[in-house]
Design a protein. Structure first.
Length: 113
């Protein structure tokens, strides 16, 4: 249980799934996506991929992304693309968008402003 005095300091990611229609599933992500959270990110994406052809990540609450998380996002985008789907990122902060652009991940993952 989180100590009330620590409110807002927990940077571990939190995932919430929401179906938009029969093909689109939104995965709201809050927190930092780094090497510590790779397994939870991969699990959340695997489950989302089973439920939708278009997985839309609402990244409004994502404050940081490292190379391991980028690899997980890229792998998910490739799996979805292979079956005619796609991975989309929405509400991406300028610092995270910069990382996506610098690493060319934005060529595979659809970033929607």
């Amino acid at each position: 249980m989180q100590d009330p005095g620590d409110a807002g300091t927990n940077r571990d990611p939190h995932f919430v799934r929401r179906r938009v229609d029969e093909v689109v599933l939104v995965l709201q992500v809050d927190g930092e996506l780094d090497i510590k959270s790779t397994d939870s990110l991969r699990s959340a994406l695997d489950e989302a991929e089973r439920e939708g052809d278009i997985v839309r990540i609402d990244a409004a609450g994502v404050s940081f992304v490292d190379s391991t998380a980028l690899g997980v996002l890229l792998a998910s985008a490739q799996r979805l693309s292979a079956r005619g789907g796609r991975l989309e990122l929405i509400n991406v902060s300028p610092p995270v968008r910069r990382i996506l652009d610098m690493t060319l991940i934005a060529r595979t993952v659809h970033v929607i402003s």
